[in-house]
Design a protein around this ligand. Structure first.
Ligand SMILES: NC(=[NH2+])NCCC[C@H](N)C(=O)O
Length: 304
């Protein structure tokens, strides 16, 4: 049995699911894209190729091996995108919560059966159908759970809005002892630079009380300010629109001190090293064309 345990983004990682780019399928049709960045590269004829993405994801697997982290991979569904494991389920404390994901991605969870047989069935939780939630929007942080949402009246017109207030409320009922704090995120179906697809696309806590944040990803100034006050201004690494677009907030922590990051994130990686973190650089620029990066492709099961 897997002893599920996740209470934050950075305690020492022991077991994780890493997505796969194998049998990812051909380049999707433009009308089938479900995020603006993928659409941009489909239009430009530069949508990432399976063979290139496989190489990138194997580089992450090699880092996990180096740190002795046990890695599970999804069972391959033929011609289906299974890169972003983060969104399909998530672990908080000892509970494995199946997300209520976008219809286009609904088959991805089937590929985790081989992982779920090692989980106590009593710990597997499903959300009510009307409560939409994806793991990229959910971040446990000690007594808190931070959740990205969109609560505009026009929620249903945004394919980029994946977590609704029904889910935020349901999450609170599941964890009555935690403070669930939600953040209304900026959405755009067409302009990737204006789209915070998930909370991890504009914000992520790292070890030693710091975080990475993009102000404009938040629609409500007070909600952004709450985070800055919570972490302290000097502990926040602010990223620009372009850096958000390149997914700088979507790095992944193996521990308080070790972070996997993209090799082109010069400004971020320098800041991390100056502050004492060990940065494991990997190439992930092809994956990033699908509006996701390292956090999105991983789903932690066990941290210390
Ligand atoms: N946790 C994340 N930010 N995941 C990114 C998922 C990207 C994927 N193209 C989608 O639209 O669903």
């Amino acid at each position: 049995m897997i002893k599920l345990n996740v209470t934050n983004e950075f305690s020492r990682l022991r077991e994780v699911v890493l997505g796969t780019a194998k049998s990812n399928g051909p380049t999707p049709l433009l009308e089938d894209a479900y995020d603006p960045k993928s659409a941009e590269f489909i239009k430009a004829g530069t949508y990432p190729l399976e063979k290139d993405m496989i190489v990138e994801m194997e580089a992450v697997a090699a880092v996990f091996e180096k740190y002795d982290v046990k890695v599970y991979r999804p069972t391959i569904i033929e011609d289906y995108n299974q890169i972003f494991s983060r969104d399909i389920a998530f672990v908080i404390e000892d509970k494995f919560i199946k997300a209520n994901i976008l219809e286009d991605r609904s088959r991805e969870i089937d590929a985790l059966d081989a992982v779920m047989i090692h989980i106590d069935p009593a710990k597997i939780i499903e959300f009510p159908e009307a409560a939409h939630i994806e793991g990229g929007d959910v971040m446990p942080y000690g007594d808190y759970i931070f959740v990205g949402t969109y609560y505009g009246e026009d929620y249903s017109s945004f394919i980029t809005a994946r977590t609704n207030m029904k889910a935020v409320k349901y999450l609170q009922s599941l964890f009555p002892n935690k403070k669930v704090k939600s953040f209304n995120l900026r959405k755009s179906n067409t302009i990737a630079e204006d789209n915070a697809l998930h909370l991890d696309c504009c914000f992520q806590p790292i070890g030693h009380g710091r975080c990475i944040i993009h102000r404009e990803g938040f629609l409500i100034e007070e909600e952004y300010q709450w985070l800055v006050d919570f972490f302290g201004h000097e502990n926040c690494f602010h990223i620009t629109k372009k850096e958000m677009y390149n997914m700088n907030s979507n790095i992944f922590s193996i521990s308080e001190d070790v972070i996997i990051s993209e090799k082109n994130f010069k400004r971020l990686n320098t800041w991390l090293r100056e502050n004492g973190y060990v940065v494991e650089e990997v190439p992930y620029a092809e994956i990033s064309k699908q509006e996701g990066l390292l956090r999105c492709t991983t789903m932690p099961l066990v941290r210390d």
